[in-house]
Design a protein around this ligand. Sequence first.
Ligand code: SF4
Length: 386
Amino acid sequence: MTKTETANVSATMDQIQRVAEAGADVVRCAVPREQDAEALKTIVAQSPIPIIADIHFNHTLALKAIDAGAHCIRLNPGNIGGPDKVAQVAEHAKAHGVPMRIGVNSGSLPKHLHELERTNSVEALVTAAVEFVEMMHRLDFYDFKVSIKSTSVPDTIASNRLLSTKIDHPLHLGITEAGTKWSGSLKSAVGLGTLLADGIGDTIRISLSTFHAEEEVKVAWEILKALKLRERGPVLIACPTCGRLQFDMDTVVLEIEERLRAYDDPIEVAVLGCAVNGIGEASHADFGIAGAKDMGVIYSRGEPLRKVPTEELVDVLFEEIDKYYAAGKKVVVDEAQAAAGAALLAEIEAESAGDLTPERIAAMEHAASQLDEAESPVAGRRFQRA
Ligand code: SF4
């Protein structure tokens, strides 16, 4: 959702451009005043993605937004001034072929549900949503999706799960007023991720307290990518680091993440803080780096490509990625350089053969569990089978 005054067309268009570039499929603009509805005419004409007009309290703004060409109208039937006003908007939307998103917010449930809300907030949210759906059906309007928004993650999950069993309309998911970039992203990932993993949800919006709307889109993509629901751009894998770390991982990972934004392909890139485990669990990555003292290894799909001084690892990683694209998505291998990389890996692995790294402990415990052994092979680390 844009955070600008919609009537400020240049600022709004600038933000729409940025969310579109970040991968938004649709964008919502607040329309609280006449001048915002008026500005929609230009915005709709210039926007590279469909515009949803966000309307509260004033149904005439919804009518004007439809006239201005908005691709969708979002309104909460409960706060628009009664069923007659909802009917006027529905009729106008239908005449123009404009779909709607109707919503229920935990903070603005109809009065007759306030008592139920106190005893069962989920039931109250779902009852309100179903009542609004029935109202739209009575108005012979069916072209809409439904959202239940709550600041509570458990209520959002429970109410959408319940609602999905009661109606056939698409559902829009979001955690309202989720918070800052850090906490809001986590809340959204837990709430929306749980529902999406259940197969519930058709559109999503991440609400973060930031003026930079594109940050919300980036978080949405990370959730979709993590669940493998959509692919967009590279996937970065990074080890959690430990005392064996051989370079400034924080800086390196951030730099790689930033530079990967220039690529559209869903390649997987791994960053391992050390080469003690060889390429280990990240061997499937399309490209990766594994740090070592002074020198590190660049690898691709489990095979070393080059041995490189630590301070050049990031630049050389991108050199190799660019060579791959220049060769038509073919990994380019220089046999001599690959052999030097393999020798360094072998050397490090031999030197650290006895080290119990987190990955080796996990692998040993996994092996032990497969053998149905009662005790971990690692002294002091016991485990129990379920
Ligand atoms: S041992 Fe594993 S977690 Fe520790 S720095 Fe090396 S790759 Fe990262």
